[in-house]
Design a protein around this ligand. Structure first.
Ligand SMILES: C[S@@+](CC[C@H](N)C(=O)[O-])C[C@H]1O[C@@H](n2cnc3c(N)ncnc32)[C@H](O)[C@@H]1O
Length: 236
């Protein structure tokens, strides 16, 4: 496992994901909250998006959490030569790695403890056909478009010119009663930071760095696909 940072003082948005929490994550988040709070079903909306854009040779997943999407995409990943998992929390990486091995993923996986706000090693530049980032933006401190710009600037150099950056994030407004309760709870604890996150803010950040941007809304979740990274990179 590559470690590019010290994991002392981990932010709550990553520190939450202990093995204990990860064991309940699929039920609480992917089954219950996605269906009833965020109104964006995991298996009919999010999983198909995850599978659809996995690249031909090299794929990187940011913030795998419990590894549900990766494990459910074992058939697609079997074709991929290089799989890299990036997370600030080593428990999420180890849990996902074990889960993938349990479903028969025998190819080598790279795991990297890394803060997505920080620069990646130059050896990773231009290597990936696809980068997925599901349910990470809404956890990250800051607001759209700024936090998305900062992250996109870090990830963009890793992509090949023909690559795709895609994912999903819970937006900040117009939730139902259950959604509002969870938004208050999670934002209060620093696990989410998304009360100001809007579709327009996400689109603005993506459009600054990609020629082709698609954002569609399912329930209160923005599903995004960005292609053709532009050359310009304006954050040091
Ligand atoms: C809500 S979980 C998402 C899990 C999975 N992708 C999904 O959609 O169900 C957020 C993940 O992002 C990771 N994370 C949070 N902040 C991060 C950061 N700054 N850099 C890298 N990973 C981070 C967490 O540790 C966790 O694994």
């Amino acid at each position: 496992m590559v470690n590019t940072k010290e994991d002392d003082n981990m932010h709550p948005s990553a520190a939450l994901y202990t093995r204990f929490v990860l064991r309940g994550y699929d039920f609480v988040v992917l089954q219950f909250s996605n269906a009833f709070a965020w109104c964006c079903p995991t298996d009919s909306a999010l999983l198909p998006l995850f599978r659809q854009h996995i690249g031909a040779q090299a794929h990187l997943d940011v913030g795998p959490g419990s590894g549900y999407y990766l494990a459910a995409s074992a058939a697609e990943l079997a074709e991929v030569e290089r799989l890299t998992l990036v997370d600030l929390n080593p428990d999420a990486l180890q849990y996902t790695k074990e889960r993938l091995q349990a479903v028969g993923h025998t190819r080598t996986m790279e795991t990297m403890i890394h803060d997505v706000f920080k620069p990646f090693p130059s050896a990773m530049h231009g290597q990936y056909d696809s980068i997925s980032m599901f349910y990470v933006f809404h956890c990250l401190p800051g607001a759209f478009p700024h936090k998305a710009r900062d992250v996109i600037t870090r990830l963009k150099p890793l992509l090949k010119p023909s690559a795709v950056f895609y994912g999903a994030t819970i937006l900040g407004q117009a939730h139902n009663w259950l959604g509002n309760c969870l938004m208050d709870l999670y934002n209060g604890k620093g696990v989410f930071c998304n009360k100001e996150d809007t579709r327009e803010g996400l689109e603005e950040a993506l459009a600054e760095h990609y020629e082709e941007v698609e954002v569609r809304i399912v329930g209160r979740v923005a599903l995004f696909v960005a292609r053709k990274p532009t050359i310009k990179c304006n954050v040091s």
